[in-house]
Design a protein around this ligand. Structure first.
Ligand SMILES: Cc1cc2nc3c(=O)[nH]c(=O)nc-3n(C[C@H](O)[C@H](O)[C@H](O)COP(=O)(O)OP(=O)(O)OC[C@H]3O[C@@H](n4cnc5c(N)ncnc54)[C@H](O)[C@@H]3O)c2cc1C
Length: 419
């Protein structure tokens, strides 16, 4: 089949990363097509917790974390599970996760994440000024809860880092916790309250609103599944699953957890895996939730959304193909009920999403070596909604051959290849 005339910039993937990349490319004067295999917000961007977690500057792979894993794995209500049939494939990913948790790598990861989050916050401040998007971004404040004095103390160094990075918050005790969020179990004596905590009113709505604004500004949505990419003299050609192909001057791979295969088609190996996450969205009447709650000792969150409250989190390693195990979502609700005793757990909508995760929990924002007109924007793990606008800016800078706003050396796609 013959190629259509070459397009300018084609973004593969209509999640929040692809849509934000499209937005910044349009602003840079490019003509943008979003190529999405099913619908805007079909992946992880649809059902996440909706939190704009700018203060999350402390990387997950941190000194000592690896020793906590056995306990988590043994606890049926614990935050981590591995599907046995998938375990053998995880060795390289975990090896590099372990290395990323070594003190020196952790400190470097912290610097990189802090820089990315500073940019993320600044870019979202601009996004918030767009009249079409402003109502989707809401300030509910964040309450970080700790079960015990011991766990609160253990978390203190992370809060020191956040304070040093300029984030504002204060420690609250039992009576303030009760005032900020009535109805919690009386076990919480220690918490941190961040008055500035932002979230979106609903992540799927928000992603669609970003896409709608793109289309209003002249971008095009095309439904089709990319199966491979190859370099051409003038850019790159995208092979589609239906046998057709699209030529483009610039191609951006923003397929979330599914990006590895497209990079692979260019002969480039990426150590991307998926951390599957589960949640349940309950009717708003299920609990009078006032703000985002982080249950730090149990790795789950509760967020008030436009049409209900969402309770979830946790991490399951099981790849992209195994069916969901919604017992994980049931267990998270059981835990939530323990700490929010009045929670009505009936009538919820369960969801599983594929976080696109690199071992150091930092994204890939880079240029392909095999095809210099192909750019990579994936691997945002737990923080893709938060880092989406910053990623959009950086991708547009790469596409326009401008100096990136931050150093991208630590976000290379091949950073684990031993180069
Ligand atoms: C339970 C859970 C809670 C989370 N909570 C938060 C949070 O509170 N805050 C936060 O910042 N982040 C959160 N995240 C992480 C966040 O959701 C992800 O990092 C982010 O959505 C990734 O966006 P993406 O656009 O890269 O991927 P996706 O949203 O998965 O989008 C990828 C898109 O690419 C399309 N696609 C895939 N392959 C192809 C192909 N070959 N051709 C064409 N299209 C293709 C898919 O259909 C999909 O629409 C959470 C994630 C989970 C699972």
């Amino acid at each position: 089949m013959k190629d259509e005339p070459a397009l300018d910039a084609v973004v593969i993937g209509g999640g929040i990363i692809g849509c934000m990349a499209g937005r910044y490319l349009l602003a840079a004067g490019r003509t943008v097509t979003i190529l999405e295999r099913s619908a805007i917000a079909a992946g992880s961007s649809a059902g996440n917790a909706g939190i704009l977690a700018f203060p999350e500057i402390v990387p997950i792979p941190s000194p000592g974390i690896i020793w906590k894993a056995p306990g988590w794995l043994l606890d049926p209500l614990g935050p981590l599970s591995i599907r046995p049939s998938y375990a053998p494939r995880l060795a390289p990913w975990f090896w590099h996760f372990w290395r990323a948790s070594a003190r020196v790598n952790f400190e470097r990861g912290h610097q990189v994440q802090a820089e990315l989050m500073r940019l993320a916050e600044a870019e979202y401040a601009m996004i918030r000024k767009d009249a079409r998007l402003t109502s989707f971004i809401v300030n509910t404040g964040t309450l970080d809860l700790y079960d015990t004095e011991q766990s609160f103390r253990a978390a203190a160094p992370g809060w020191v880092k956040k304070r040093e990075a300029g984030f504002d918050f204060h420690r609250v005790g039992r009576s303030e916790i009760e005032a900020l969020q009535p109805g919690l179990a009386p076990c919480f004596e220690h918490a941190i309250y961040s008055e500035d905590g932002l979230q979106v009113s609903d992540p799927a709505d928000f992603t669609r609103a970003v896409a709608d604004s793109l289309m209003q500004d002249g971008a095009t949505l095309r439904i089709g599944e990319a199966s491979a990419i190859e370099p051409t003299e003038a850019g790159a050609r995208i092979r589609l699953a239906d046998g057709r192909s699209i030529a483009a001057r610039t191609v951006i791979v923003a397929c979330g957890a599914w990006s590895k295969r497209l990079a692979g088609s260019l002969g480039e190996t990426v150590l991307l895996d998926t951390e599957r996450g589960y949640n349940t969205t309950l009717p708003a009447s299920a609990f009078p939730l006032q703000r985002q709650l982080y249950f730090n000792d149990h790795s789950f969150v509760a967020t008030p959304l436009r049409d209900g409250i969402r309770v979830g989190g946790a991490v399951e390693f099981g790849g992209l193909d195994l069916p969901a195990n919604f017992k994980r979502a049931d267990m998270l609700l059981k835990l939530a009920k323990r700490f929010m005793p009045g929670l009505e757990t009936e009538g919820g909508r369960q969801w599983m999403g594929f976080r696109p995760s690199m071992p150091d929990c930092l994204p890939v924002i880079d240029r392909s070596k095999a095809a210099p007109n192909v750019l990579y924007a994936f691997g945002h793990g737990h923080l893709g909604l938060t880092q989406s606008a910053a990623t959009g800016r950086l991708i547009a800078e790469l596409a326009m051959q401008n100096k990136p706003s931050i150093n991208l050396e630590n976000l290379r796609f091949d950073r684990f290849s031993g180069r």
